[in-house]
Write a protein that binds this ligand. Structure first.
Ligand SMILES: Cc1cc2nc3c(=O)[nH]c(=O)nc-3n(C[C@H](O)[C@H](O)[C@H](O)COP(=O)(O)OP(=O)(O)OC[C@H]3O[C@@H](n4cnc5c(N)ncnc54)[C@H](O)[C@@H]3O)c2cc1C
Length: 343
């Protein structure tokens, strides 16, 4: 039997340690690097049409743009994915992950007064009945992001995924948890509940013709391993490396296909494995409390908790890009042989 907020293990992330960044800060950094002249805002893509030579993008404001290649990084509700796989296809839309989160940002100072600096100023996961609670400092340690994750078995029947003002429901659902979590809940104003969804059905391919999709559009996953944004970045890096080998002014259909194939061959299996283990992680974190554990079982849990992040954090990303480039080249070489043999 464990005491309230008793430490089971410390998960280390060498060499940097656990660094957290707020989404808006990260986006501002990326936008600055990319250059604002390369971005257009307030445009909602509503459809795509492809020909052999170009793609026409249609926007909600009635405007259209033509492009030689389109990369959809438009998130879990991806219009690009829908247009490629077909709106009626099972893989077009995400499914309920049978869990969700009450989320809030609380003041580090107040949290420190409530539960002490040791917990308030570090990243923590609390394991309890049918759920887990995660908290980590953000905003240069001024605030703490808190998420209370209950399991919700069965389908999600409401139209909206975000239900506002759920403090009462949260307190009821986490009533049997220990004193530390109760003190954290007291500091959460009136948090919304976010019903989590992910892509549980996948299409055969992440590309068709001159269009492909990456990031959450390709493999949205529950955030129980904090890995979705990282996978989106790996996609972007590998894809940039293969597309970088093509003349951007007039890429041929074969070159684009070979580049997309290289990206997909390397990225699809890895992102799928991260997705699958992220789904499974909800059970991993939330079943622990219910188990009748011997000390050997606790050690096994600690070992598995440590292992489950290492392969996600420490992959050779440059190696992924190199494999994608080789795959692309092989495809282009085959195409050249075929063309030669025809003539
Ligand atoms: C509660 C929660 C916690 C998370 N925690 C972590 C974490 O700790 N670490 C981590 O790595 N990941 C985490 N994730 C996952 C992470 O947020 C996503 O994996 C990541 O944001 C995916 O990036 P993306 O660019 O593919 O999609 P998004 O970030 O969803 O970006 C898609 C963009 O496309 C735009 N867009 C959408 N549709 C259209 C359209 N039709 N036309 C034009 N633009 C459009 C959107 O406005 C948005 O700007 C978390 C997710 C959740 C829900």
């Amino acid at each position: 039997m464990f005491g309230d907020a008793e430490l089971i293990t410390e998960l280390m992330a060498p060499p940097t340690g656990n660094l957290t960044v707020r989404r808006n800060d990260l986006l501002a950094l990326l936008a600055d690097k990319a250059g604002p002249e390369h971005a257009a805002f307030n445009k909602k893509l509503i459809g795509l049409e492809q020909s052999d030579t170009c793609v026409t993008l249609k926007f909600g404001d009635g405007t259209e743009e033509a492009a030689s290649t389109v990369i959809g990084c438009d998130g879990i509700h991806s219009a690009v994915r829908r247009s490629i796989v077909g709106a009626e296809n099972l893989s077009a839309a995400p499914q309920f992950s049978e869990c969700g989160v009450y989320r809030a940002i609380v003041s580090t100072e107040k949290l420190e007064q409530a539960i002490g600096p040791e917990i308030a100023r570090t990243s923590n996961v609390f394991l309890g009945p049918d759920g887990y609670v995660i908290m980590y400092p953000v905003d240069g340690q001024k605030s703490v992001n808190v998420g209370l994750w209950p399991r919700r078995r069965g389908p999600w029947t409401q139209r909206e995924w975000v239900i506002p003002a759920q403090k009462e429901a949260m307190e009821k659902e986490f009533d049997v948890w220990g004193g530390t979590v109760h003190k954290i809940m007291e500091l959460m104003d009136n948090p919304p509940f976010f019903a989590t969804h992910h892509h549980s059905f996948q299409p055969d391919s992440f590309y068709k013709g001159r269009v492909c999709f990456i990031g959450d559009a390709a493999h949205s996953m529950p955030p129980h391993q904090g890995a979705g944004a990282g996978q989106a970045m790996e996609d972007a890096y590998v894809l940039a490396q293969v597309l970088g080998r093509i003349d951007p002014k007039c890429p041929s259909q074969e070159e684009i296909k070979a580049a997309f194939k290289g990206y997909e061959t390397v990225r699809k299996p890895r992102s799928q494995r991260v997705l699958d283990t992220s789904v499974e992680a909800m059970g991993f974190w939330s079943d622990f409390y219910h188990k009748d554990l011997e000390s050997q079982d606790v050690q096994d849990f600690v070992r598995r908790a440590n292992e489950r992040f290492q392969w996600i954090w420490h992959d050779d990303i440059a190696g992924q890009a190199e494999r994608a480039r080789r795959c692309m080249q092989k495809d282009l070489d085959c195409t050249a042989v075929k063309v030669n043999s025809v003539h």
